[in-house]
Design a protein around this ligand. Structure first.
Ligand code: UDP
Ligand code: MG
Length: 318
């Protein structure tokens, strides 16, 4: 029978982790007892360099139940890297991996439906939220705008899908072939191919604790999604450059004409405006190009995506 591993990234989640583990275990027990998965199916919690009691909780849970296992990063490497580490570890023994946030905002009961889709032949099953009522107005509008911008730039994401998904072992193996350091996993998954399907669920508010994605992290994540998946911004700069050169040529002929017909010299306002507008355009352009060069720099360094400090309960270790 297939083995399922539920991968849970956790960064300072002491407040929610014990409850999450209990809920996920009971969901998994149900799947095991209905003969959908092997009894060795487990839960792998990736402690993304937490500074609170998260790692101790993982150890206590492992003592109580050997099906709870854990990885501890040497520092905070971020949600996306935690997911990659968890999946890498999981497929050493598992046939199917489900990733879910530690705060259980994503409905764990949807895992059963995901499993059915897997049994019907899907290698990837996306968890998709059917509404965004639990989000603030700001998060809803900014997320909407983000999807629209990416869409225009030719990056097609699954709308309202984050990182709650099921993947077969072979799908994870393909994902791990994508070696980029600037990770935006939800943009990479559709590139894998294979048969996929969606399972809709209702997303609830966080049970306890605060969001580990403050505005700053959220913006930087969105910016990564944009610039890692599309070179449209650099193309847009090229078009802007061409357009402004054409305007320059037009201005040149215009000034010759005005000279010809003996107009007086124009005021400095037009000069000032063009200096400022063009100067601004140039700075923005340099910034965008710099962003891409920066991305190239981090990619060529090929630094490790994460460093594992400790592991607990992983079978093949013994
Ligand atoms: N997370 C992580 N590393 C980080 C930030 C977040 O592993 O640097 C985890 C966090 O513990 C949670 C998941 O990523 O399991 C999603 O974070 P959160 O729920 O805070 O984000 P939100 O739901 O507010 O977008
Ligand atoms: Mg959350």
């Amino acid at each position: 029978m297939d083995k399922l591993t539920i991968v849970v990234p956790a960064y300072n989640e002491e407040e929610v982790l014990p409850d999450s583990v209990r809920t996920l275990l009971s969901v998994e027990d149900k799947l095991i007892s209905s003969q959908m998965f092997d009894s060795s199916s487990d839960i792998l919690i990736v402690d993304d360099g937490s500074t609170d009691d998260t790692w101790n909780i993982i150890n206590e849970e492992n003592e109580r139940n050997k099906r709870i296992t854990g990885i501890k990063f040497s520092r905070n490497f971020g949600h996306q890297n935690a997911l990659i580490a968890g999946m890498t570890e999981a497929i050493k023994t598992a046939d199917i991996v489900v990733t879910i946030d530690a705060d259980l905002q994503d409905d764990p009961n949807a895992i059963e439906k995901m499993t059915r889709e897997f049994l019907n032949g899907s290698d990837i099953v996306y968890g998709v939220r059917n509404d965004r009522h639990t989000d603030t107005w700001f998060k809803r509008t900014s997320a909407g705008a983000f999807y629209r911008i990416l869409n225009v730039l030719g990056v097609h994401l699954i709308r309202n899908h984050a990182d709650f998904r099921l993947m077969s072992k072979r799908a994870v193996e393909v994902l791990l072939e994508y070696k980029e350091r600037n990770l935006f996993i939800r943009g990479m998954i559709p590139l894998i191919g294979f048969q996929s399907s969606k399972v809709y669920y209702k997303r609830s508010p966080r049970m306890a604790g605060e969001s580990k994605y403050p505005l700053r992290k959220m913006l930087s994540f969105a910016w990564d999604g944009l610039t890692s998946f599309s070179i449209a911004p650099v193309r847009a700069i090229l078009m802007l450059g061409i357009l402004s050169s054409l305007l320059g040529v037009a201005a040149f002929f215009y000034s010759i004409l005005t000279k010809w017909f003996g107009f007086t010299v124009h005021g400095w306002s037009s000069l000032m405006i063009s200096i400022w507008v063009l100067g601004g355009l140039q700075m923005v352009s340099l910034g965008v190009i710099g962003e891409y060069i920066g991305k190239v720099t981090t990619e060529v360094k090929q630094r490790p995506r994460f460093t594992i400090e400790k592991k607990i309960g992983l079978q093949y270790e013994k």
